[in-house]
Write a protein that binds this ligand. Structure first.
Ligand code: MG
Length: 243
């Protein structure tokens, strides 16, 4: 466990825009994606933060939008799903399903079933989780890479004990760039909070656009700030409401 490099500055809701990853940031990573435990007050906490921030709050996740909506009832603010390729509450950056989506999903499901691995269906792609068979990582990666080569509208997204196929050309940092031009976000400095390799470009984006990133948990990062786990993130958010 690395020690926090600095004490994270308090959240000033008058001047900041806040971008939050979901898994591993607001909730602990679970053995399977649908087994996450959602704190009872999470939706209402986000709703109160959104009000305090004047609407400058967005959830930015690799999850499908419909999953985020079901997990975060009570929060009606902006959500960006599927790594920036679908959104609620802003002009959607992607308005149609990528060509070849269904056949790629079928291939992934069949492969996962044949290897006894978990296939996670996503509205814009899919993921194969190898947590149950940790040695299968390189094989899963090779399989997904082959799929991405034959389907150039998609790219490989490495995740924690999983490899994902997702639409090419979209990213969390791309979503932040788009959001930062929206009226509620303009003239506010960005804070991005995330835990995974998929968050690094967004953490770096916040650092280079007048704000900062907060890395949750261990690991190499370009964020200047650090919090140990989702419980610490929620404490920091609650403190921001009272600040
Ligand atoms: Mg995450």
């Amino acid at each position: 466990m690395t020690e926090p490099r600095t004490e994270v500055p308090p959240l000033d809701c008058r001047t900041k825009a806040l971008f939050l990853d979901f898994d591993g940031t607001l909730v602990d990573i679970a053995p399977t994606p649908d087994a996450v435990i959602i704190p009872a007050d999470l939706g209402s906490l986000l709703a109160r933060l959104n009000t305090a921030l004047g609407g400058a709050l967005a959830i930015v996740s690799g999850r499908s939008l419909n999953e985020l909506e079901s997990f975060l009832r009570g929060f009606d603010g902006i959500m960006v799903g599927s790594h920036g390729s679908e959104a609620r509450g802003m002009t959607p950056p992607l308005d149609r399903l990528p060509e070849g989506l269904e056949s790629a999903q079928t291939e992934m499901r069949d492969y996962a079933t044949s290897r006894g691995l978990l296939y996670e269906h996503k509205s814009m792609g899919g993921a194969i989780h190898f947590r149950a068979l940790p040695d299968a990582g390189p094989e899963v990666e090779a399989f997904i890479e082959r799929l991405a080569i034959t389907n150039p509208r998609f790219e490989v997204q490495p995740a924690k004990m999983a490899f994902e196929l997702r639409p090419a050309g979209f990213s969390k940092d791309g979503a932040l760039q788009i959001l930062s031009d929206q009226p509620d976000f303009r003239n506010r400095s960005p804070i991005y909070i995330g835990d995974d390799t998929t968050d690094e470009p967004a953490l770096a984006w916040a650092e280079t656009h007048g704000g900062f990133g907060i890395k949750v948990g261990d690991g190499k990062t370009r964020a200047s700030q650090h919090l140990p786990d989702p419980a610490a993130v929620l404490d920091w958010l609650r403190a921001g409401l009272e600040h």
